[in-house]
Design a protein around this ligand. Structure first.
Ligand SMILES: [Ca+2]
Length: 107
């Protein structure tokens, strides 16, 4: 039973993230690569405030904006670009938000 609930939640979480990723790319993937580069992340980080209603994107914006303001955005980007490709892919985006999600639940 628990495993079933967990699987269902995971599938929902995956769908949520997929939607967020698509929406994010639509707005910020300016070269249409299907990934987010440091330059594209910087544009997102430079938004004065995130105006959408999604809490994951809010968290993501807080993180990017904070890092951009203290000059560590490139370092932060490298930290999440786990395969070192220089681009943020969906798997990396997912890992980033899944970790946030788990940390959030522990508190
Ligand atoms: Ca990458």
């Amino acid at each position: 039973m628990d495993a079933e609930i967990k699987a269902k939640e995971d599938a929902e979480f995956e769908r949520t993230l997929q939607n967020l990723w698509t929406a994010w790319l639509k707005e910020y993937d300016t070269d249409g690569s299907g990934t987010i580069s440091l330059e594209e992340l910087k544009k997102f980080a430079e938004l004065p405030a995130y105006t959408g209603s999604d809490s994951y994107m809010q968290t993501l914006h807080d993180w990017a904006k904070g890092a951009n303001e203290d000059g560590s955005l490139e370092e932060a980007f490298k930290g999440v670009d786990t395969d070192g490709s220089g681009e943020l892919e969906f798997e990396e985006f997912k890992k980033m938000l899944a970790e946030d999600n788990e940390e959030g639940e522990e508190v």
